[in-house]
Every structure is written in structure tokens, then in C-alpha cells.
Design a protein around this ligand. Structure first.
Ligand SMILES: [Zn+2]
Length: 360
């Protein structure tokens, strides 16, 4: 006997396509009524499962965590309705998560690639510029189509944010990843880092706190999205306060970046830059905060439909993972009201269905 769930409510296939009458039959979505009686009928407004486009599974404050902690992280994301994760760097081998049908789908980027002694200890491969091309090539082969660079970090000698790698070598490294069929994304806090990443044909910008008007037309022309991770940027004042006595220039820079965080996202959105929701859960941020990031994007000026594009419809398309369609995997969340008009409903989901299994 097939396992059948009936979805008894409007199905939001996309921002402007609403359907009625959808079922999950053995974990696969269909708009054709099955002949057998459903095992369960679920009420609510149906959306594709949320996407956390910047998350770290298997990573804690001190580096790699064990499988028990990794499991709890993935479960926390699942319980928030995150059914697809683009991992943005993890020192753990999390391939086993992909074998578990009860855990969110996971697209891995391998391990962060950072400059020696210029990143949080224990997280990344810490290398010198001459090792960049080969390291990127290796991570491109080991990951699931993404490579993560740490584009800038505090340089204690300079006393401010500084780029990790020279622009010329970045270009060669990103082109090596493209040869391997992988896309590259980069942690970018500072202004100039974004220029050089765009020069090097980067595929995505993480945080993008240094975004300036000069970058916006380039992001649009080169079709490079940003993942602002606003729940993480909210920690900048704390970082600045801790650094202020030793590194005043850096602290002041971080505060300036923090102050413009919303304005910057709104300008990018209005110009047509693609924006995706990412929590940066892992080292500092707790897992399961996708609804908080969606609210942050809304507070930055994105209308509710744009927030849902950032965390559901659009993000899935960008990552090449199906949303709601005939024959797609039943990875959906159900809201108590129309999330296009009641954005707060995403933080209190009625049901969560992953691969046809009812997680809530
Ligand atoms: Zn991150």
C-alpha cells in the first residue's frame, strides 16, 4: 500500500501560481488525486521547504564537532522548516547526513579555504597564496559543486580587514574551480574584496557587508547573488567592542559595515540583485534560525514575496533543486496563513514534510 498524504489547502507553486489539490504518494508530489484513501490530511498553505543558503553542518565554535552534535544541528534546521542546506564550509566529513532520509538535503562546499593564521582557528584549510589554485581544485572535487573561500579577515599587522589572497591568484583559482565544474563563493566583509572577487568571476558573495553602489551594476550584469546572513551581521557590534582597544580602526570599520547592513540589502534588491536567505549557523549562530533571517530580510525592506523567493522558490531554482512540481520529492512546509500576506507565519509552521515523511 502506498503512503498517501493529502494537502488540504492552497499550494504556492511559485509567487504567482496557486493550485489546489496536491498529494504526496510514497514521497513524491502529484496533482492527480490517487484512487486510494489518504493516510493523512494536512491543512495549511503549502510552500516548498525552506533553503538555508549559508549554513555550516558539522562545525562548532572550535572547529569540527562529532556526529551527535552534527545530527542535532541538522535536526534543528529541519524543525525550522529548512529542508535544503547549502553548506558554506565544514571541517567535518558530513556525507553521512546525505544518506539519512530524515535529515535535510545537503549541498556541501568542502572545507573553508583561508589564509594562514587569518581565520577562526580549526575551521579552514589555512594556506599561502601559492597553494590556492591546487587547494581550490581539490575542494572542488571533494564538494558538491561549491567551493568556499574566506575572502578577507582581520590582518592584525594592518589593524583592519584585509584581503586573504592577491587578485591575480584568485582569478586562477576560481577559473580552476570552474574547470572542475564547481561554483565558488566567498566570505566578503570589506569593500575592496567584492571588487576583486567580481574581477575574478566569483559565483556568489557571502555577507557582502562592504557592498557599495559601484558593485551593484556588476552583481546584476554578472548574475552574482548575495547571501547577506543578517542574523550573523547582528553580532558585529560585539565583535567591534571586543576588538576596540587593540584594533580601533578595525572596530570602527566593522561598526560602519553594521550600520549600513539594511540599506545595502535594500539597494541591491531594488537594483535587481538576487538575494538568498542564509543564517550562517555553525560557529556562532545557532541552527534553526531561517525564520529569523527571513524577518531580517523583511526588515531590510524586502517585500514578503521577495523574502519567500530568497528562502524558498528562488533559492531552490538557483541551487538546481526542484520545488513544488509533478513528480518532485515531497519536501514542503505548511503555514497557517498565506505567507505572502502574513510573513510572520513562517516562524510557526503547522507541518513539515520531508521526502513524504511528516517531521511535524
Ligand atoms: Zn559562514
Amino acid at each position: 500500500m502506498a503512503n498517501i498524504i493529502e494537502f488540504n489547502g492552497p499550494v504556492l507553486v511559485s509567487a504567482d501560481e496557486e493550485r489546489h489539490g496536491m498529494w504526496s504518494v510514497d514521497g513524491v508530489l502529484t496533482f492527480e488525486r490517487p484512487t486510494a484513501t489518504p493516510d493523512r490530511v494536512l491543512d495549511g498553505w503549502v510552500l516548498p521547504g525552506f533553503v538555508d543558503a549559508h549554513c555550516h553542518i558539522g562545525l562548532g565554535a572550535g572547529g569540527a564537532v562529532d556526529d551527535q552534535v552534527t545530527l542535532a544541528q541538522a535536526q534543528a534546521d529541519l524543525n525550522a522548516g529548512t529542508l535544503l542546506i547549502r553548506d558554506c564550509g565544514s571541517p567535518s566529513d558530513t556525507r553521512w547526513v546525505q544518506q539519512r532520509t530524515d535529515l535535510p538535503r545537503l549541498i556541501r562546499a568542502g572545507r573553508h579555504i583561508a589564509r594562514s593564521r587569518r581565520y577562526l582557528r580549526g575551521l579552514g584549510h589555512e594556506i599561502e597564496p601559492e597553494q590556492l589554485v591546487e587547494t581550490v581544485r581539490k575542494e572542488a572535487r571533494d564538494g558538491d559543486g561549491w567551493v568556499k573561500l574566506v575572502g578577507d579577515w582581520i590582518d592584525r599587522g594592518v589593524g583592519d580587514l584585509a584581503e586573504s589572497f592577491p587578485a591575480k591568484i584568485l582569478k586562477d583559482a576560481i577559473s580552476a574551480a570552474h574547470d572542475e565544474g564547481a561554483r565558488v563563493t566567498a566570505h566578503c566583509f570589506a569593500e575592496d574584496t567584492i571588487d576583486h572577487m567580481l574581477d575574478a568571476n566569483i559565483d556568489c558573495i557571502e555577507h557582502a557587508t562592504g557592498l557599495l553602489p559601484r558593485h551593484i551594476p556588476r552583481l546584476v550584469d554578472q548574475a552574482v547573488p548575495i547571501v547577506p546572513t543578517l542574523v550573523n551581521i547582528a553580532t558585529f557590534p560585539d565583535i567591534a567592542a571586543q576588538a576596540a582597544s587593540k584594533f580601533p580602526v578595525y572596530a570602527e570599520h566593522m561598526m560602519r559595515l553594521w550600520e549600513r547592513r539594511r540599506e545595502r540589502v535594500q539597494e541591491a534588491f531594488e537594483a535587481g540583485v538576487s538575494i538568498y536567505a542564509g543564517t550562517d549557523a555553525g560557529s556562532v549562530i545557532k541552527h534553526g534560525r531561517i525564520a529569523d533571517e527571513m524577518r531580517e530580510l523583511h526588515d531590510a525592506g524586502l517585500p514578503p514575496v521577495a523574502v519567500l523567493e530568497a528562502a524558498a522558490w528562488g533559492a531552490r531554482k538557483w541551487l538546481g533543486v526542484e520545488g513544488i512540481s509533478e513528480g518532485a520529492s515531497a519536501d514542503v512546509v505548511l503555514c497557517s496563513a498565506d505567507p505572502r500576506r502574513h510573513p510572520e507565519t513562517v516562524s510557526d509552521l503547522l507541518h513539515i514534510v520531508l521526502r513524504g515523511g511528516i517531521a511535524r
